[in-house]
Design a protein around this ligand. Structure first.
Ligand code: ADP
Ligand code: MG
Length: 381
């Protein structure tokens, strides 16, 4: 079982792993910037992810290896300092180890650890959540602890927020933890509460990663966050999830034009997530696709977190008959576009889209064809 992982583990540490865990990457399906407004979001775990192999050591040494780097990072178990430079990737498993006691869980002391992945890193598919959840599952198995999936998800998010220092919402870890083949994961971010929703058969995902990123992206996220909170305040609600599109329109004069546009995107996006769940329940992929594209147009017009590159991809993709819909996926201001397609959309169609993009923008996007996959799981070798 997983011969390549066992082989690489042997090559790194001279023995086989005792525990093997895997967690998937994810796609933000719909629900753009809804999380910090208390709204819902739908994500899909994909059939690619990060694998972690682990074996305990009794000398209190922790040795970390990865398929991304040739060097093994060695740290004594009592050294929990954040790492920099080439060793910085170790902050993900270290962050998980540091998070465990926050949830009254024990961390293993010494071990040999290997991470391997078939998920592109930094492509907006959340390899970070995947490595956190796979690490968490392996560490917990090695210490004979079996917390709930909710706790595993929270441990991963805690590691990313507090140790790595990335203020991500619950989507990444929630979908990696609760994903299920042929399903989407619905997250009510207020709970958080997790649920799976069946994805009708014959749906395919194509991701086009532009590798573009707005230079001021952190500041732009912060500005959007601020504008959303300002809108909630003007409506005398705690978060925008507590209002609805009709109430917002009636109150338009209470806002500056910019704040109104931002609020409109969020409030209508929240309604689109609910409409998407309803369309999925009746198996109407055409209706789902329309909602995805509407989400993108709302990003473009109201939230202004799209870019000419992303708009071009969405327009080109949605002119193809086998594409149900397309939208930017993730925070925006660059990054990737996701298309929901039928099986009739294949490599030829994807390459045509990429070629048209390259002609206009000078470089081709990366193309990834994915399907849904299962959430984090533990294997015994
Ligand atoms: P994303 O989550 O979109 O892929 P991030 O920047 O949040 O991008 O996380 C990517 C980081 O996660 C990498 O830079 C690396 O530190 C870590 N990582 C992911 N997969 C692996 C792996 N197989 N081995 C080592 N580190 C990994
Ligand atoms: Mg990440």
């Amino acid at each position: 079982m997983k011969p390549w992982l066992i082989e690489k583990f042997r090559a790194s540490f001279g023995r086989a792993p005792h525990w093997i865990a895997r967690a998937p990457g994810r796609i933000e399906f719909i629900g753009n910037h809804t999380d910090y407004n208390g709204g819902p979001v739908l994500g899909a775990a994909i059939d690619r992810g990060v694998w972690v192999g682990l074996a305990l050591r009794d000398d209190g040494q922790r040795r970390f290896a990865s398929d991304q780097l040739s060097e093994v990072v060695a740290l004594p178990a009592d050294r929990m300092k954040k790492q920099a430079g080439a060793a910085a990737w170790v902050n993900y498993p270290l962050g998980v180890l540091a998070a465990l006691p926050e949830f009254s869980l024990r961390a293993p002391a010494g071990f040999d650890y290997l991470a391997m992945s078939d998920l592109p890193v930094g492509a907006g598919l959340s390899s970070s959540a995947a490595i956190e959840l796979a690490s968490g599952l392996a560490f917990l198995a090695a210490t004979a602890q079996q917390p709930s999936r909710e706790i595993l998800v929270k441990v991963g998010k805690h590691a990313e927020n507090h140790f790595v220092g990335v203020p991500c919402g619950i989507l990444d870890q929630g979908v990696s933890g609760f994903g299920k083949k042929d399903h989407l994961v619905f997250i009510d971010c207020r709970g958080p509460r997790f649920e799976t929703v069946p994805l009708p058969g014959g749906a395919h995902f194509w991701i086009f990663n532009t590798h573009t990123k707005h230079a001021l992206v952190d500041g732009l996220y912060a500005a959007r966050h601020r504008e959303c909170m300002e809108a909630a305040q003007a409506l005398s609600v705690g978060l925008l999830v507590e209002t609805n599109p009709a109430a917002l329109l009636v109150a338009e004069r209470k806002f500056s034009p910019i704040v109104f546009k931002r609020a409109r995107h969020i409030v209508e996006e929240i309604a689109r997530v609910s409409a998407t769940v309803a369309a999925l329940r009746v198996g109407d992929l055409a209706a789902v696709g329309k909602l995805l594209t509407a989400s993108h147009r709302s990003s473009q017009m109201w939230f202004e977190n799209s870019t000419p590159e992303l708009d071009f991809l969405v327009t080109t993709l949605t002119s193809q008959p086998a594409v149900f819909g397309a939208r930017l996926t993730g925070g925006g201001f660059g990054g990737a576009v996701m298309a929901l397609t039928s099986v009739a959309f294949g490599d030829d169609e994807a390459n045509l889209v990429a070629a048209a993009y390259a002609e206009k923008f000078g470089a081709a996007p990366d193309i990834l064809h994915a399907q849904t996959g299962d959430g984090a799981e533990l294997f015994t070798p």
